[in-house]
Design a protein around this ligand. Structure first.
Ligand SMILES: Cc1cc2nc3c(=O)[nH]c(=O)nc-3n(C[C@H](O)[C@H](O)[C@H](O)COP(=O)(O)OP(=O)(O)OC[C@H]3O[C@@H](n4cnc5c(N)ncnc54)[C@H](O)[C@@H]3O)c2cc1C
Length: 435
C-alpha cells in the first residue's frame, strides 16, 4: 500500500466530504453542493445506493404522507430529535424533488409512498442524477478506513481505493458520516460508521437488528410458507401483555415473520437481550370475540358430521393438521367430540395460539439497525457532532429507527438534507452568506 502525502500539497479542493452514497449521503451531498460547496461523495461499493435499490421488495416505500405528528409516533427512541430535520425536508419535499427528476410517485394503503413505476431502481438513479446535477463528485470503490481528528476538529479521511488497494488522505473542511447501519451487509452497510464514531469519542447505543423475523417454539413444519391475513399478534413479556398488531403474518421455517411480526420485533429483540421471557399469541379470528366465535363453532358443529369438516371451515389446510394433532382429533372423528371442554380448547387455540420466542433473525436479514451513534452527542439543529468540530452524521448510523411504512428512508433523506445544509454553511462561512 502506498500513501500520498498531503505535506506541501495544494489546499484541498473539497469543502465537504460525505462518507456513503446511500439515501442519507446522496441527499447530504446534493444539498451541500446546491448551496455552493465543493462536495466529494465517497462510496465503497460498485454502485451507489445499493440498499435503496432493494427496499420495499424492489418497489421502495420511500416515505409516508401521514402528518408530522403521526410520523413521529413511528420512530424510536427519540422522535423529537427529528423535528428540525423534518422541518427542513419532509415527505412533500421528497415527492417534489423526485418529480422534478422524472420520478412520479403514488400513495398506497397506510399513506405509504412508492414510485409510480414500482421500481426502487428509478428512485436511486434519480437521486444519483440529482446529486451530480448539483455538482457532487461521486467516487466509487473508495472505502473510508478512518476519520482523522486534530485538536478536536475533523482533519481528513484515510481512504483505500479499490481494486488498486492504494491509500490516500482526503482533506475537506467538513465531513458527513452517512454509512448506514449493520443490516444487509452485502449492500455495503457493514457498520463502519459506528467504528468511526466510537474512535472519535462518540457514544454508541447498543446495536440490535430490528424489523426482523422471530424464532419460536413450537415451529410447525407443515405451516412453513403459510401467509395469514387479518390476524392479530399479541406480545407478552414476562407474562404481561405488552402490545398487539393487526395485519399480515407468515409462518417461516424457524418461526414467524411478516409485517405484524416486524412491527413487534424491536421490542422483542430488546426484551430477549434483557433476558426476559417473551411469548406471542396469534388470534386467528380477531373479528369475532369469544362468545361470537363460540356461537359460530356451535353452529358449525351442528351442521357438520366430522371434526375435520369443522376445522376446514375455520382454518387453512396447513393449520387444520396442527389443530387436529394438538386436540388429538382425527379428521373423521364425529363432531359429537367437540363438546364443551374440547370446544373451549379449540377456542383458545383459535384466539390465542401461543409461541415462546426463542430468538430472532440475524443482521443478514434485518431491515434496520436499532441503536447507533448516541443522539446525546449530536446537535438536532445541524446533525453536527457535539464532540468533534466539522463532523456531521446522517441516516441510519445514528441511534434512530422506525417502523415499516417508509419512515426509515424519510429519516435518511431528512437528516441527510439537514446535515448537508449545515456542513455547507460551516465550510463556506462568509461566502455561504453571499449565496
Ligand atoms: C431489504 C430492505 C428493505 C427495506 N425497505 C425499506 C422501505 O421500503 N422503506 C423504508 O423506509 N426503509 C426500508 N429499508 C430501510 C432503509 O433502506 C434504510 O433505513 C436506509 O437505506 C438507510 O439509509 P442510509 O443512507 O443511512 O444508509 P445505507 O442505505 O445503508 O447507505 C450507506 C452507504 O454507505 C456506504 N458505506 C458504508 N461504509 C462505508 C465506508 N467505510 N466507505 C465508503 N462507503 C461506505 C455503503 O456502501 C452504503 O452505500 C429497507 C432495508 C432493507 C435491508
Amino acid at each position: 500500500m502506498t500513501m500520498k502525502s498531503s505535506e506541501g500539497a495544494k489546499p484541498s479542493p473539497w469543502d465537504v466530504v460525505v462518507i456513503g452514497a446511500g439515501p442519507a449521503g446522496l441527499l447530504a451531498a446534493g444539498r451541500a453542493a446546491m448551496l455552493g460547496a465543493r462536495v466529494l461523495l465517497l462510496e465503497k461499493m460498485e454502485k451507489p445506493a445499493r440498499k435503496l435499490r432493494i427496499t420495499g421488495k424492489g418497489r421502495a416505500n420511500i416515505t409516508n404522507m401521514k402528518p408530522l405528528e403521526e410520523h413521529l409516533k413511528e420512530i424510536h427512541p427519540e422522535p423529537r430529535f427529528l423535528r428540525q430535520a423534518f422541518q427542513a425536508f419532509f415527505n412533500h419535499d421528497l415527492v417534489a424533488l423526485l418529480l422534478e427528476h422524472g420520478v412520479e410517485t403514488k400513495t398506497e394503503r397506510g399513506e405509504r409512498v412508492f414510485p409510480a413505476s414500482d421500481r426502487a431502481w428509478d428512485v436511486a438513479e434519480a437521486l444519483v442524477a440529482w446529486a451530480k446535477a448539483q455538482g457532487v463528485t461521486i467516487t466509487r470503490h473508495a472505502k473510508v478506513e478512518s476519520v482523522m481528528i486534530e485538536e478536536g476538529a475533523f482533519a481528513g479521511l484515510l481512504v483505500t481505493r479499490m481494486p488498486s488497494g492504494l491509500s490516500e488522505k482526503i482533506e475537506a473542511r467538513c465531513a458527513i458520516v452517512a454509512t448506514g447501519g449493520k443490516s444487509y451487509p452485502a449492500t455495503g452497510s457493514t457498520g463502519d460508521g459506528f467504528h468511526f464514531a466510537e474512535t472519535t469519542g462518540h457514544r454508541i447505543a447498543a446495536l440490535r437488528p430490528s424489523l426482523v423475523s422471530i424464532e419460536t417454539r413450537p415451529v410447525y413444519e407443515s405451516t412453513t410458507g403459510l401467509n395469514l391475513k387479518n390476524v392479530q399478534l399479541t406480545l407478552w413479556i414476562d407474562g404481561k401483555k405488552h402490545s398487539s398488531e393487526f395485519g399480515e403474518a407468515d409462518f417461516t421455517a424457524k418461526g414467524l415473520g411478516g409485517p405484524i411480526v416486524l412491527r413487534l420485533s424491536r421490542k422483542i429483540v430488546h426484551a430477549l437481550a434483557a433476558g426476559q421471557k417473551v411469548e406471542v399469541t396469534l388470534d386467528l379470528k380477531p373479528a369475532l370475540d369469544l362468545p361470537k366465535l363460540d356461537a359460530r363453532l356451535l353452529r358449525d358443529t351442528e351442521s357438520s358430521n366430522t371434526c375435520g369438516q369443522v376445522l376446514r371451515a375455520l382454518l387453512p389446510s396447513q393449520l387444520v393438521e396442527v389443530f387436529s394433532r394438538t386436540l388429538g382429533l382425527t379428521h373423521a372423528a364425529p363432531t359429537a367430540l367437540l363438546k364443551a371442554p374440547m370446544r373451549k380448547q379449540l377456542l383458545t387455540l383459535l384466539k390465542e395460539l401461543r409461541f415462546e420466542v426463542t430468538g430472532h433473525g440475524s443482521w443478514e436479514e434485518a431491515i434496520v439497525t436499532a441503536g447507533g451513534v448516541s443522539l446525546k452527542d449530536i446537535d438536532p439543529r445541524t446533525m453536527g457532532s457535539k464532540k468533534i468540530e466539522n463532523l456531521y452524521f446522517a441516516g441510519e448510523v445514528m441511534d434512530l429507527d422506525a417502523n415499516t411504512g417508509g419512515y426509515n428512508l424519510q429519516i435518511a433523506f431528512s437528516t441527510g438534507w439537514l446535515a448537508g445544509e449545515a456542513a455547507a454553511k460551516k465550510a463556506l462561512g462568509a461566502s455561504f452568506r453571499q449565496l
